[in-house]
Write a protein of this length. Structure first.
Length: 421
């Protein structure tokens, strides 16, 4: 593929793009009367236009059926989470019974650590990436304290080498090897939120298993972005949120994966709730928790219908394409952004994200040093919505479902014309 830095090239790419039609199905925020260029789907995905009617439907079913809506609603509420579970399974590479749609990401991380972080004797350590998302850091810190360990001793963070931005897989594997007697859990982001580095989850899982540890992943930046094969990779568990690439809406219900070999084990330690109980006895309201033998055995509560309807609506759009097709476009689209950025000579920046497309998703993280904030302000003023992270990093995430080659070209034009001091 030979890219060209011209609008006519971008227009022709959009014309040839079989996914271009999906753009029409989303609301774009507006800037000075025009659609803004939105490269922030890694932070909050856009609203599907079909959502308003979908919410109206639930309101109407509640109004007309009240409690009978659990059975009589157009989308019966009793099993509402299953409308999301089914289309999610191919996105994460799981069997349907390995997926549970519930709670929020951090809540699910805590719940699954109760099952998969079981420190005992010498084996109590957790390996994670340095610079993990703060919520993950806090979850892990408080979990190890829960069992009486000192986080400074129990948590091993893998950092990039001095002078580098990315974590080398060989450094993670080495740390796993060094902790072969003491490692209880490897917990990594599938894609690091800051650098956009995509980790080899299959290799990491294998390495953790070789030393007798569990492997879990936070897929906040990976789900809906890159293809995943959680079942085949034998990942033990994973958690994600649904408001980034999945467009579920602010605070949308999260998700969890539990490999079937674990999900079928009814004796795993866990926090129980009636929605995780075996359906055949759930409504007997009897003593004695009997978990479902699936990932839904970790559910606690009745489906949060109004919090799930956004995800359900968005997943219907994902269902009319495939993650493979999205990924193919995404590699081209992000590659085009990278190509154009390399044409810019007027401004200094460094791309932190890996160059190899197999080691990244949609996002490119650009480090602008002490110019970062000023440049972010100029981009915002020009109608480009991107996100700024201290110190000096702007993350650009062209989402293949609704972003275009023309979006990428316009961003390039605007960055080329930025005045720096
Ligand atoms: C966005 C994100 C979260 C957010 O967690 P919530 O519990 O949904 O607020 C957690 N971890 C990572 C890596 C994220 O990118």
């Amino acid at each position: 593929m030979t890219y060209q830095a011209s609008l006519s090239y971008a227009v022709s790419q959009d014309q040839q793009d079989s996914l271009h039609k999906f753009r029409e199905q989303f609301h774009f925020p507006r800037h000075e009367g025009k659609e803004a260029i939105y490269f922030c789907g890694n932070s909050l995905g856009l609203q599907p236009k079909a959502l308003q009617a979908a919410i109206q439907q639930e309101l109407e079913d509640w109004r007309t059926h009240a409690v009978e809506g659990y059975w009589k609603a157009q989308n019966p509420w009793l099993y509402y989470q299953q409308f999301c579970r089914k289309p999610l399974a191919p996105l994460v590479g799981a069997l349907e019974q390995e997926v549970s749609v519930m709670n929020t990401l951090t809540t699910n991380l805590h719940l699954l650590m109760l099952s998969f972080y079981r420190p005992s004797g010498k084996r109590y350590k957790i390996i994670m990436e340095a610079g993990a998302f703060p919520s993950d850091q806090y979850a892990v810190e408080t979990q190890v304290k829960l069992y009486g360990y000192n986080p400074a001793d129990a948590i091993i963070e893998i950092s990039p080498r001095p002078g580098e931005h990315l974590i080398r897989i060989e450094d993670i594997l080495q740390a796993i090897g060094e902790q072969s007697d003491s490692l209880a859990l490897l917990l990594f982001g599938g894609i690091n939120y800051y650098t956009g580095q995509l980790f080899d989850m299959k290799a990491l899982t294998e390495a953790a298993h070789q030393v007798g540890a569990f492997a879990g992943f936070d897929l906040a930046h990976a789900v809906g972005n890159v293809p995943l094969q959680l079942h085949d990779w034998e990942v033990d568990f994973a958690v994600w949120c649904s408001y980034k690439y999945l467009n579920g809406g602010p605070g949308a219900v999260g998700g969890a994966f539990i490999h079937e070999k674990h999900a079928a084990q009814l004796d795993y330690p866990r926090a129980g709730g009636w929605w995780g109980n075996d359906e055949s006895t759930r409504f007997l309201m009897e003593k004695g928790f009997v978990p479902k033998a699936t990932a839904e055995g970790w559910q606690l509560s009745t489906a949060q219908v109004f919090n799930m309807v956004g995800l359900k609506t968005s997943l219907e759009i994902f269902g009319s394409t495939s993650i493979a097709a999205l990924r193919e476009k995404s590699i081209q689209l992000t590659g085009y952004l990278e190509y154009l950025l390399h044409q810019i000579g007027s401004i200094n920046f460094e791309i932190l994200t890996p160059e190899n497309c197999a080691e990244r998703g949609a996002q490119l993280s650009l480090f602008f040093g002490n110019q970062g904030k000023a440049i972010h302000q100029q981009l915002t003023a020009a109608g480009i919505i991107v996100d700024y992270r201290e110190p000096g990093v702007i993350r650009f995430a062209p989402a293949p479902l609704y972003n275009t080659y023309q979006d990428v070209f316009h961003v390039y034009e605007i960055i080329s014309n930025i005045q720096t001091f």
